[in-house]
Write a protein that binds this ligand. Structure first.
Ligand SMILES: C[S@@+](CC[C@H](N)C(=O)[O-])C[C@H]1O[C@@H](n2cnc3c(N)ncnc32)[C@H](O)[C@@H]1O
Length: 244
């Protein structure tokens, strides 16, 4: 069982790899022939970093990271029961499929699995909101099933939350039920959902104290200009989700 220090150091190695990889693409103006050869040394540096922490492979690190996330969650503070998903119902239309069963829900967009609300996903959201300053203006990239909204509402640290979701059909389907459910369960919780690419929309929205990205793109640096002093950016990739 890996300890927190090793996990955090492992995450740093992965973050550094992702940053360097993004730089490689940026400086080259996108993908180019032979890029994978240039990327190999970056990968080797990351693997060496992980080995230093006792992880023999990337997969071993991800497994340990997942195990760690599931372990640190305080079950008393986490929604693992069906009632907390009462805002979600099974839906299958316009290519948006939400499957609610047992004590979790799954979201598929055009047949592709986008997310789930299993314990590990709760762990991600739980850990992330710990970094939200009090009285924060918050930006959420990617609505998904709104799990992060449950955590933000319950933590009562935000004065305003702006969610940007790129999929218009998902926004159309979930906006009204979410507005009704949160108004009844968390009347003080203020949030809006807008349609768009969070990378594009952020430039029009002013500054935030907490920026949470769960969009499957490693692009934290793009958001730094829109962060207030003392604020935090959480980019959920690549952990605790699987390597994309
Ligand atoms: C993993 S889900 C987000 C889960 C969410 N954090 C939750 O708590 O339920 C990813 C979501 O991000 C959306 N998405 C992907 N790329 C995006 C982008 N560039 N801008 C905004 N939303 C995006 C997807 O359509 C999907 O709904």
């Amino acid at each position: 069982m890996a300890d927190k220090k090793k996990i955090l150091a492992g995450r740093k190695a992965v973050d550094a790899y992702r940053r360097d990889h993004a730089d490689l693409e940026r400086y080259a103006g996108g993908w180019y022939k032979g890029m994978s050869d240039d990327h190999t040394p970056l990968l080797d540096i990351m693997k060496a970093g992980l080995r230093k922490q006792g992880f023999e492979s990337i997969q071993e690190f991800f497994n340990a990271n997942r195990e760690y996330c599931a372990r640190v969650v305080d079950p008393a503070k986490v929604w693992v029961n069906r009632e907390d998903l009462s805002l979600l119902t099974t839906i299958d239309r316009e290519g948006i499929k939400i499957d609610v069963g047992g004590n979790h829900a799954s979201l598929y967009i055009d047949g592709i699995s986008e997310m789930d609300t299993r314990k590990i996903d709760h762990a991600s959201m739980f850990e992330s909101v710990q970094e939200c300053p009090n009285n924060a203006r918050a930006l959420v990239g990617g609505l998904g099933l709104g799990l992060i909204l449950l955590y933000l509402a319950s933590f009562e640290r935000t004065k305003e939350v702006v969610v940007v979701e790129v999929n218009k059909r998902l926004v159309n389907i979930l906006t009204e039920p979410f507005a009704t459910w949160f108004a009844s369960e968390y009347p003080e919780f203020k949030f809006t959902i807008i349609t768009g690419d969070v990378g594009e929309e952020v430039v029009k929205l002013g500054k935030f104290d907490w920026i949470f990205l769960d969009t499957n793109s490693p692009w934290k640096s793009h958001f730094i200009p829109y962060l207030n002093n003392g604020g935090n950016i959480i980019d959920l990739n690549p952990y605790p989700l699987e390597w994309k």
